[in-house]
Design a protein around this ligand. Sequence first.
Ligand code: ZN
Length: 74
Amino acid sequence: MDCEESLPLLSEYHAGALDESTREGVREHLGCCPPCDGVYRDVETIIVSASSLREEESISFPDETAVWQRIQFS
Ligand SMILES: [Zn+2]
């Protein structure tokens, strides 16, 4: 696998969504290609910060429910 093949697969690779042989190809490529490995680390960072944003959003849901309850009880 080369850079051109690996790069579009990195987010799926991170998500574990690739079949075994493709995943193995990406893993081998990252092991011998520091630039792609660097991109993969960026992808990881983006995915982790995106999912922590989602968590922050979900914190607002209980508050929203409480607001609706206050409206119903008033
Ligand atoms: Zn590469």
